[in-house]
Design a protein around this ligand. Structure first.
Ligand SMILES: Cc1cc2nc3c(=O)[nH]c(=O)nc-3n(C[C@H](O)[C@H](O)[C@H](O)COP(=O)(O)OP(=O)(O)OC[C@H]3O[C@@H](n4cnc5c(N)ncnc54)[C@H](O)[C@@H]3O)c2cc1C
Length: 293
């Protein structure tokens, strides 16, 4: 058996120092809050030779900036400080997602970058950010330099929820949120996504109500370690509805959604599909009530 050795740990203070480390180290392991990394038995301490880059000293990654068009959230902002600093400026869907993280200690540790870049499973942050049309600033190390690109958060993952960039050298520096949010926003988490991934579901929905119609409809559902569901076709279909929608039609649309969901994602259980259907149906009933009142 290979002996366990402590890996080398680097603590850059600026993005410039970080880029110099990317130049020197092949396949560095980026360390944010460490909750995912520490839960993996093979990561730390481990016989692996991967050198660790701790992002905790880079002040630039801990900033939250608001302009009149958007909010930028540094990747090292943790859930707890985002919730307190962003109380007045964040969309309610993101506040609900942040509030769903169980326990003060975990909330202080989990960073927005670590959640979005966790390689295998989508939970609260990614589900909420994907309906907010959030963009991620990704700096990729290519041909000896960092190139920065903005990628919509919902395009960072494959249909199973795995991070598409997981085998490339990159750092997520910030998340950008526009300031135009729908007036109907819901985030629902059922069951603990870490302890009960086989029954847990996370659902996010937002839309703007425009008299009897919906515009800018966004819907996403995550099933930890199994599936990340987004469907532009479903969003289009919802945009064509005229509210109030007859209860029979609400019911049939919810079954159409589940049909599409289970066709695309065979790994989710019937129980999870039915849970998602009921949550989705409840959003449409709520929209009906709001139209009538
Ligand atoms: C006990 C426990 C409870 C949890 N509870 C919840 C919960 O209630 N709700 C919930 O939504 N989630 C929960 N999680 C999951 C948590 O959101 C993820 O583990 C998330 O990855 C944690 O972020 P972190 O900052 O700790 O990341 P880390 O563990 O430091 O990193 C996660 C991954 O992202 C990479 N990474 C980190 N930052 C960057 C960056 N800036 N650029 C590129 N790559 C980066 C790392 O290399 C690593 O692969 C829980 C996890 C655990 C272990």
């Amino acid at each position: 058996m290979e002996p366990t050795r402590s890996p080398m740990i680097h603590q850059p203070r600026t993005l410039n120092e970080l880029s110099l480390l990317f130049q020197r180290i092949e396949k560095p392991l980026l360390w944010a809050g460490g909750t995912y990394l520490m839960s993996k038995s093979e990561y730390y301490p481990s016989p692996s030779n991967r050198q660790i880059i701790d992002l905790a000293e880079i002040e630039e990654l801990k900033r939250i900036n608001r302009t009149d068009r958007y909010i930028d959230i540094g990747s090292m902002v943790n859930a707890s400080s985002l919730l307190s600093a962003g109380k007045l400026i964040l969309p309610s869907i993101l506040k609900s997602a942040l509030g769903s993280i169980i326990g003060h200690i975990t909330r202080r540790q989990i960073t927005i970058g670590g959640s979005v870049c966790e390689p295998e499973s989508r939970v609260a942050f990614s589900t909420a950010l994907s309906v907010l049309d959030a963009q991620a600033e990704i700096r990729q190390w290519e041909e000896g330099r960092f190139t920065a690109t903005w990628i919509p958060v919902n395009r960072l993952y494959d249909k199973d929820g795995s991070l598409l960039l997981r085998n490339t050298a990159f750092v997520l520096t910030k998340i950008r949120l526009g300031l135009e949010w729908g007036d109907f926003q819901r985030f629902v988490l059922i069951d603990n996504p870490i302890r009960k991934p086989d029954t847990a579901i996370l659902v996010a929905f937002q839309a703007t109500r425009n008299q009897t119609a919906l515009t800018k409809v966004r819907f996403s559902a995550s099933f930890p370690k199994k599936a990340f569901y987004i469907s532009p076709e479903l969003e289009n279909q919802l945009s064509l509805l005229s509210f109030p929608v007859h209860p029979d039609r609400v019911n049939s649309i919810s079954y159409e959604m589940v049909h599409d969901l289970t066709n695309r994602h065979e790994s989710i259980t019937e129980f999870q599909a039915e849970r998602t259907r009921r949550v989705f149906e409840s959003f449409l009933h709520e929209l009906n009530i709001q139209t009538l009142s």
